[in-house]
Design a protein around this ligand. Sequence first.
Ligand SMILES: C[S@@+](CC[C@H](N)C(=O)[O-])C[C@H]1O[C@@H](n2cnc3c(N)ncnc32)[C@H](O)[C@@H]1O
Length: 214
Amino acid sequence: MISNRLKSIAKYTNGFDILLDVGSDHGLLPIYAIENHFVKDAIASDINETPLIKAKENFSKHNLDIKTIIFDGIPESNSDVIVIAGMGSELIIKILDKTLNNAINLKRLILCPNTDYYLLRSYLNNKFIIVDEEVIYDKNHFYEVLILEKGNSNYTDKELYFGPILLKNKSELFIKKYKKILDSYKSIVDGITDKFKQDEIRNEIKMIEEVIYA
Ligand SMILES: C[S@@+](CC[C@H](N)C(=O)[O-])C[C@H]1O[C@@H](n2cnc3c(N)ncnc32)[C@H](O)[C@@H]1O
């Protein structure tokens, strides 16, 4: 069964031709994108062979002829939309750094890391424009999906932290996410012994309150 997180990510592939799903694992995202006619064709890649064996089984169950590639990062292909999801931001940055130049036909990049959105947005600043963003809630966890197209951006620190589009829209899920973060910061801040760390958290609390209660 495909998760709500992957369904939400997949809809941003709509209207493109060939999807490349990097770190595809079970292959559920390309199956969903093709069966819903978001894309015409798809490729599933993964650094490991074992997940791709499972993906191939899933493709044949759905009568889909989706190509698989074993590769560390982004393999060379003619895909115009690439998804990298379900990994940490540090790994996504490593992948982009080493292999983004293989994406010769890239028109849209869709990233959905598990954490460290500030780190990822900071890396992408000046390289990509964030054309859309969404907070996704799935299995008790908040995710953010970033929809990127090539271009020059110059986001402020606050935009890199919250996401420029998320900050503008302040959706219900965005507010819920930051209320949860506030609760957890407030429950630990007084007990932090490292003064520097404590001040950092206090500043973050102030910044979040200014945004969500504005
Ligand atoms: C947790 S799964 C995420 C699966 C799917 N993308 C999702 O969001 O549900 C991470 C997958 O990334 C693959 N992976 C890890 N490092 C990779 C790399 N450098 N290049 C390609 N795939 C990688 C793993 O083998 C694993 O199948």
